[in-house]
Design a protein around this ligand. Structure first.
Ligand SMILES: O=P(O)(O)OC[C@H]1O[C@H](O)[C@H](O)[C@@H](O)[C@@H]1O
Length: 382
């Protein structure tokens, strides 16, 4: 079906009372500034309506339009269906619908193992994120999912840059660049950011986030990531050739070699996995700011001031090296690992990601952040 816009209504994985709308045009999904612009223009139009004009149009509408209570009928079916599947609470019956949530992963892993399946795929509510499980129950999420998709894309598009969010590991860079011969373009957090970067920057074929969001050039960069990645992954590539993974699984099985796991593991044989991978989300204590005079108000101002404090410290400490290319927050390597402190995309917190070869090294990395920001945070590192 050809259409110029569509609207997706979906539930939100973080909270049952924050369901949402997503807007798309045939040029891709709308970003926050686009939606802000639409709402502001609507508000402006509404404000400029004269009361008399509104009354008139209501009068005309009431005489010329026949009212049909379609929504009650439509939603009653929907409500019945949801209640039947999920009970009366409005919540998902088993676990929240988040593919990186541990109980959700446990459930899919169990289903794969019980059914001796070659492959399991789990989505979130609006089917824009996915995680894959192989036949041994090994999870392909975060860096490993990216490694897998990169291996498939780079077989076809030799040397292409893979645009990825900012929290991917150094092992993944080595894997993409040294083993697969591609380029690891570590950009910013936010799936729309990486898609836009892939469209506007050097020609690329895959934009993918550690969160499980992703988009392919071959699918018009649609940010309905999981659906597109899965279609591509499993069934049909845009060139209309049947694709790699299922082919590989099927031919390995037919030759009596092995099942799903070996095929997937062979594809991503290589990325070194860090011993410690941590994410902490730090809250700012705005009542006890120890920041420069004149910084007032917004979370963003405080957050950025704290990032500056941290940057000053790491710049003057020879144990740390600033990431040569970095698009958000403070990204520094040291003690065989690295950390990134940045502003959250949606929430008034500073996510801190640390990767290190040992727990002791992770603590050393964490301590420099703690020293720079502790007076201004609710949450201290521990
Ligand atoms: O910045 P954070 O709070 O970690 O959130 C970042 C995430 O926000 C949303 O979930 C977006 O859909 C993701 O694309 C993004 O990665």
């Amino acid at each position: 079906m050809k259409s110029s816009t569509f609207n997706l209504v979906s539930s939100y994985y973080l909270s049952f009372n924050k369901n949402r709308f997503k807007f798309f045009t045939n040029a891709g999904g709308l970003k926050k500034p686009d939606i802000k612009d639409i709402l502001e223009r609507d508000a402006e139009i509404y404000k400029n309506f004269a009361v008399e004009a509104v009354m008139n149009s209501k009068k005309i509408t009431s005489t010329s339009v026949k009212r049909v209570d379609y929504m009650t009928v439509y939603t009653s079916d929907l409500v019945k269906a949801v209640r039947k599947a999920a009970g009366d609470t409005g919540s998902f019956p088993n676990h929240i619908s988040n593919p990186v949530y541990k109980p959700a992963m446990k459930a899919i892993t169990q289903v794969v193992l019980n059914n001796k399946a070659d492959l399991g795929i789990i989505f979130d509510t609006d089917v824009d994120r996915l995680v894959v499980v192989d036949s041994t129950g090994r999870e392909f999420n975060r860096n490993r999912l990216i490694a897998l998709m990169s291996a498939i894309v780079l077989e076809e598009h030799i040397g292409t840059p893979i645009v990825i969010d900012s929290v991917t590991s150094d092992g993944l860079t080595m894997f993409i660049e040294k083993k697969l011969g591609g380029k690891h373009h570590r950009f910013k957090r936010g799936y729309k950011n990486i898609i836009d970067e892939a469209i506007l920057g050097e020609e690329s074929h895959l934009a993918i986030e550690t969160s499980g969001h992703g988009a392919l050039k071959g699918n018009h960069w649609l940010d309905d990531g999981a659906k597109n990645l899965t279609l591509w992954f499993c069934f049909l590539y845009y060139t209309r050739q049947p694709v790699k993974i299922l082919n590989k699984l099927a031919s390995a099985r037919a030759a009596g070699l092995y099942g799903g796991s070996k095929v997937l593991i062979d594809l991503v044989d290589g990325p070194e996995e860090p011993v410690v991978v941590e994410e902490m989300r730090l809250k700012i204590n705005r009542k006890r700011p120890n920041l420069k005079e004149g910084i007032c108000g917004s979370f963003r101002d405080y957050g950025e001031a704290m990032l500056n404090q941290l940057e000053n410290r790491t710049d003057s400490d020879p144990k740390f090296q600033k990431a040569p290319i970095n698009f958000e927050g403070v990204s520094v390597s040291g003690f065989g690992g690295w950390f990134l402190l940045r502003l959250s995309f949606h929430f008034p917190v500073l996510p801190l990601n640390i990767e290190a070869p040992s727990y002791e090294d992770a603590v050393k990395l964490g301590l420099i952040v703690d020293a720079a920001v502790k007076e201004n945070l609710w949450t201290h590192l521990h």
